[in-house]
Design a protein around this ligand. Structure first.
Ligand code: TRP
Length: 692
C-alpha cells in the first residue's frame, strides 16, 4: 500500500496561479474505494456515465481519520430531483437511508469480486466527446493555459459500472486489494433532493474497515496500453444508458417507487380535502345512504342539501331568486322566471350574486355550457340544462358558448381493436348529431358559438396550457379519482373542460379586448359537473387580468338530476332503453314507456289510494311533470289531488295520461324543429365568428 504523499512536482508548482488547490495525494486504497463507490452509485441510481447533467465528482482531502483510511466526495445528479438518473432520488430521510444501504452493499459486492482495474489513457477531447465531462475527476477539470502532453490526455479507469477519470496518485490493481469493507459514514453523507432544491447532489463519506487478517498483497494498477473500449465486455452501451445496473439498485428502485405511491396517495387525499372536495361516496357510506355523485357516476338516493353542504356551494334562496327576477322579468326580457327556478330544479349556485352585480353594473358576461356526446340519441334529461341555458341567454341577452366534449367521451368510453382501430371518428360524428338537438332548443344564432373540442381545441390551447401548469396531477387524481393506471388523456382532460370558462379561449368569438378579458362567465350545469369547476375556480386568478370582477372564477348555477323512469333516484342513462324517453321516440313509444315503466308512488289498490293518496316524492310521472309542465296552478292541483286520492287526478293513470300529453307536445315540437336542422346548419353554428 502506498503512503500518502504530497506532490512536489516542480512543474506543478510553477503553474500555481492556475491550480489554486493543492491537495495531498490520497493513499491508493482510498482512491480505489472512491472509484468503487462512484461506480456503485452510478449502478444503483441508474446514471449514465457522462449523463448530460452529471457533474464531475470531487474528492475531498481527509484520507486517514481515527486510524481508518477514509474519504468524502460529492456527485451532482442533475437539476432538480436527479434528472440525470433513472432512480427517483428519495426526498425523505428513510429513503435516503435506503439509498446509502444500497450503495454500500453494491460497493462491497464489487470489492468481494476482486475485479481487475484497467487504467488507460485517452485523448481528452475524444473522451469528453464520447462520455461528456462527467467522467472527469475534479482534478482533471481544468486544462492549464499552456497544457502539457499529460493535460491533453486523460488517465481513465474502467471500473464496474463506470469509466472514470483517475485522481492524482496510485490506484490498486484490483478491487479486493483495498483489504476491508467499505462503510458509508451516515452522519457525513448527504442527499439534496426535493421540490425546493435546484440541484440534486449526493455527498458520500466513507471509511475502509480493514480486515484483521488481510494478507492480500496490494499492488498498484498500471496503465494499459491498448485498451479498446469495444473490448470492455460487460456492455459498454449499458454504461451510456440510464439503466439501473446492479440488483441493489433494482430493489431500491422498487422500494422507493412503492413508498412514492403511498406518499402520492396520501397527498391526493390531502389535496382533495384541501379543496373541500368531499368524496361524497365515502362520507355517505358512513351515514348509511348509498348516494354517489361525481363527474362520472350518479346513483342512489340523492340528498341535495347534503350535496350542497359537501360541495360547498350555496342554495338559491328566495332573496337571490327575487333579485334574478328583477333583473330579467323586471327588464322585460322574459315573461316569467323559468319553471326550473320556480321549482328549485336549478337549486344551487356559486357566485350568482356577483353575476347579478355584473347585470346591475352593465358589465358584460357570457354563458358556457356543454355536452359529452356519448350516444346519438339524446333523452329528455339531456334537454334540461339546454332548455334552461336558452332561457338564461334570452333573459340576460348575452353570448353563449357550448362545448362538445367528443374528446372526453373517447378518452373515457372509446374503444380500440386490432381489426377496426379506434372509434374516435364515431364520437366526432355524434357531436354533429347531438348539436342538432341542442340547436333545436332555440338559442340565438347570432349570440351562440357551438364547438367540438376535436375541432376547436387549438384556439384554446394557450389557455389549456396555463391551466395544466397550474393544476397538479395529485389534485386531479384527488378530485376525479384517477390513478397511475388512467390513460394520460383523462388526467389532462379537466383542463379542457375548464378552458371555456375563460374569455382567452375565444379570441375571435368574443374578442381580444381588455373588456373581453374581464368578462365573467356563468356556467349552467347539472351538479355532477361541479368538480370540474371547483378545480377551475381554484386556479382561475392565474388566467385573467387583476381587474376581472370575479377574479377569473366562473360562476355556476346547478341543477338537480332528471330522474329515470324506474324511480326517482339517481340520473337517467341512455344505456337503459326503458329508463329514458328519447327525443327520437314516437308518440306510441312514449305512451308505452310512461304507462309501463314510470315508477308509481300511488297505492297498490284503488281503496288504499282513495284513502291515503300517492307519495309524490317517488312518483316519476309527477316528478317529470314538475320538470316539463309550465302551468303552476295545474301542477298544484295535480299534486293535491294525487297525494290525497281525490279529484280529477286521484289516480296514477290520470297523472300518467297528463304526462303523456305534456311530453308528446314537447317532444313533438322538438322533433319538428330538429327536422329542419341540417349538417350545414350545424356548420354555421360551429363557425368561429364574433357573437358579441
Ligand atoms: N362533461 C360534460 C358531459 O359529460 C360536458 C361538458 C363540457 C359540460 N363542458 C361543460 C357540461 C360545461 C356542463 C357545463 O356531459
Amino acid at each position: 500500500m502506498n503512503e500518502p504523499k504530497t506532490s512536489n512536482d516542480p512543474d506543478k508548482t510553477s503553474k500555481k496561479k492556475e491550480r489554486v488547490i493543492q491537495k495531498p495525494i490520497p493513499p491508493s486504497n482510498v482512491t480505489t474505494a472512491y472509484l468503487i463507490l462512484r461506480g456503485a452509485l452510478a449502478a444503483v441510481v441508474g446514471c449514465p456515465i457522462g449523463g448530460e447533467e452529471t457533474t464531475p465528482s470531487l474528492m475531498q482531502p481527509s484520507y486517514i481519520k481515527d486510524g481508518y483510511p477514509s474519504g468524502k466526495f460529492s456527485v451532482g445528479l442533475g437539476k432538480k430531483q436527479g434528472t440525470a438518473c433513472a432512480l427517483q432520488i428519495p426526498e425523505d430521510a428513510q429513503g435516503q437511508e435506503w439509498l446509502y444501504d444500497a450503495i454500500e452493499s453494491a460497493a462491497n459486492d464489487i470489492v468481494n469480486q476482486n475485479i481487475d482495474l484497467n487504467m488507460f489513457v485517452m485523448d481528452r477531447e475524444v473522451a469528453i466527446d464520447k462520455f461528456t465531462n462527467a467522467i472527469l475527476d475534479q482534478s482533471q477539470l481544468k486544462v492549464p493555459k499552456k497544457p502539457t502532453e499529460d493535460d491533453l490526455n486523460l488517465k481513465l479507469v474502467y471500473i464496474p459500472n463506470v469509466i472514470l477519470g483517475v485522481p492524482p496518485g496510485p490506484v490498486l490493481a484490483s478491487t479486493g486489494m483495498i483489504g476491508g469493507k467499505i462503510v458509508l459514514e451516515r452522519e457525513g453523507c448527504n442527499v439534496t433532493a426535493g421540490r425546493k432544491s435546484r440541484k440534486c447532489d449526493i455527498v458520500l463519506k466513507f471509511k475502509i474497515e480493514l480486515d484483521e487478517s488481510n494478507d492480500v498483497a496490494a499492488t498498484d494498477a498500471i496503465v494499459q496500453d491498448n485498451v479498446n473500449l469495444d473490448d470492455i465486455s460487460i456492455g459498454f452501451q449499458v454504461l451510456l444508458s440510464s439503466d439501473i445496473r446492479m440488483d441493489q439498485g433494482k430493489t431500491l428502485h422498487e422500494t422507493v417507487m412503492e413508498a412514492n405511491r403511498r406518499r402520492l396517495e396520501e397527498e391526493a387525499i390531502a389535496a382533495a380535502n384541501a379543496l373541500k372536495i368531499d368524496d361524497t361516496l365515502n362520507s355517505e357510506k358512513e351515514t348509511s345512504s348509498d348516494m354517489v355523485v361525481n363527474a362520472f357516476e350518479v346513483s342512489g338516493k340523492i340528498d341535495y342539501s347534503k350535496l350542497v353542504e359537501n360541495f360547498g356551494s350555496k342554495v338559491i334562496d328566495p332573496e337571490l331568486l327575487a333579485r334574478i327576477e328583477r333583473l330579467t322579468v323586471g327588464r322585460g326580457t322574459v315573461p316569467y322566471l323559468h319553471r326550473f327556478l320556480r321549482r328549485e330544479i336549478f337549486f344551487s349556485h356559486r357566485d350568482m350574486v356577483k353575476i347579478c352585480e355584473c347585470l346591475e353594473n352593465n358589465q358584460p358576461f357570457y354563458l358556457y355550457t356543454g355536452r359529452g356526446p356519448s350516444s346519438g340519441a339524446m333523452h329528455l334529461g339531456h334537454l334540461v340544462p339546454f332548455l334552461f341555458t336558452q332561457w338564461l341567454q334570452q333573459a340576460f341577452q348575452c353570448p353563449l358558448v357550448i362545448q362538445m366534449t367528443d374528446d372526453e367521451k373517447f378518452l373515457f368510453k372509446g374503444t380500440y381493436d386490432e381489426e377496426n382501430g379506434d372509434n374516435l371518428d364515431y364520437f366526432a360524428q355524434l357531436t354533429i348529431e347531438n348539436a342538432k338537438d341542442i340547436i333545436a332548443c332555440g338559442f340565438d344564432p347570432d349570440k351562440t358559438f357551438l364547438f367540438s373540442d376535436l375541432d376547436y381545441v387549438g384556439t384554446m390551447y394557450p389557455t389549456i396550457v396555463r391551466i395544466w401548469k397550474a393544476v397538479t396531477t395529485n389534485t386531479v387524481n384527488g378530485i376525479f379519482g384517477f390513478d397511475g393506471s388512467s390513460n394520460i388523456g383523462k388526467v389532462a382532460f379537466p383542463a379542457i373542460q375548464a378552458a371555456p370558462s375563460f374569455p382567452s379561449s375565444f379570441p375571435t368569438v368574443l374578442g381580444r379586448t381588455q373588456e373581453v378579458a374581464n368578462m365573467a362567465c356563468l356556467i349552467p350545469c347539472a351538479i355532477d359537473q361541479d368538480p370540474y369547476f371547483r378545480m377551475t375556480r381554484d386556479v382561475a386568478h392565474k388566467l385573467v387580468p387583476k381587474s376581472h370582477p370575479l377574479n377569473g372564477k366562473p360562476a355556476l348555477i346547478h341543477s338537480k338530476f332528471f330522474p329515470p323512469l324506474q324511480g326517482a333516484e339517481g340520473k337517467m342513462s341512455s344505456s337503459n332503453e326503458n329508463s329514458a324517453v328519447f327525443l327520437t321516440d314516437t308518440a306510441e313509444q312514449i305512451e308505452r314507456k310512461i304507462k309501463e315503466h314510470a315508477f308509481s308512488g300511488g297505492q297498490d289498490t284503488k281503496k288504499l289510494q282513495l284513502e291515503l293518496g300517492a307519495n309524490l316524492e317517488v312518483d316519476v310521472s309527477y316528478q317529470w311533470l314538475r320538470f316539463f309542465m309550465e302551468d303552476d296552478e295545474e301542477l298544484d292541483k295535480i299534486g293535491k289531488d294525487y297525494s290525497t286520492g281525490t279529484g280529477e287526478y286521484w289516480s296514477t293513470g290520470a297523472v300518467k295520461a297528463k304526462l303523456v300529453e305534456v311530453l308528446l307536445d314537447i317532444v313533438g315540437e322538438h322533433q319538428k324543429r330538429r327536422e329542419k336542422i341540417t349538417d350545414d346548419t350545424v356548420r354555421e353554428w360551429m363557425k368561429e365568428r364574433c357573437i358579441l
